[in-house]
Design a protein around this ligand. Structure first.
Ligand code: ADP
Length: 208
């Protein structure tokens, strides 16, 4: 997103109040040269704030639709889209974890110890264990999970676009949504790529 500097903000105010107005006139008002102003005007025109009409001057056009959508998107928080977490104990066997994944129809299980977040088990973790020689019924998921402090998590109040960045950067499918307590991280939700897909669909439908 284009962050406007102070002068660009002033230019928008001037054009809003006095447009159509020429670049020369704006420069005069701001006590700068036309050349100094040229990059600012180019940015504001490209970002959709201003429209330039030859021989007439600059009009205020408002924000582009895309910019408005982007600003709305950036306000969405995890709590609005999160799902229910599927939580298992760290002593559950890998075999039972596979059954649980099918039962609950999820790709990631969140693992707790004393009811607090201790780790994450994904499909790949279970597949890896399955092609090993271990007996899955006696192998606790504790051994194969990604454990704290390496677990990435988020909170209900986090912004979805920041959490999406984390999911992309870390190349993972899901994040536990947690609440910080004195005893540790309490799991309150699940935020996955499916939740992101829902955000996308809601936007598409909201503009129909
Ligand atoms: P899949 O195994 O279905 O491809 P992921 O891509 O989410 O699922 O998992 C890949 C690896 O990342 C696994 O080893 C898993 O334990 C780990 N992982 C999954 N979610 C998280 C998370 N929130 N934080 C840290 N590691 C994770």
């Amino acid at each position: 997103m284009v962050e406007l500097n102070q002068r660009q903000g002033r230019i928008i105010e001037i054009v809003k109040e006095e447009g159509p107005i020429t670049g020369e006139q704006i420069a005069e008002k701001l006590c700068v040269t036309r050349a100094t102003l040229r990059p600012d005007l180019a940015i504001l025109t490209m970002a959709g704030y201003l429209e330039a009409r030859p021989r007439v001057g600059y009009y205020y056009k408002g924000k582009s639709e895309l910019k408005q959508i982007s600003e709305e998107l950036k306000k969405i928080r995890v709590g609005t889209y999160q799902s229910k977490p599927v939580v298992v104990d760290k002593n559950l066997s890998a075999y039972d974890a596979i059954c649980k994944m099918f039962d609950a129809d999820v790709g990631t299980l969140f693992v707790v110890e004393n009811n607090m977040l201790a780790g994450v088990v994904s499909r790949k973790d279970l597949l890896r264990a399955s092609i090993g020689t271990q007996n899955l019924t006696t192998l606790p998921i504790n051994v194969i999970m990604t454990r704290m402090p390496n677990v990435n998590y988020c909170k209900e109040a986090d912004l979805v676009h920041e959490v999406v960045q984390l999911i992309i950067d870390k190349q993972i499918d899901a994040l536990p949504v947690v609440k910080e307590t004195e005893a540790g991280l309490q799991i309150t939700g699940r935020f996955t790529k499916t939740n992101i897909a829902r955000v996308f669909l809601d936007i598409v439908h909201s503009t129909e």
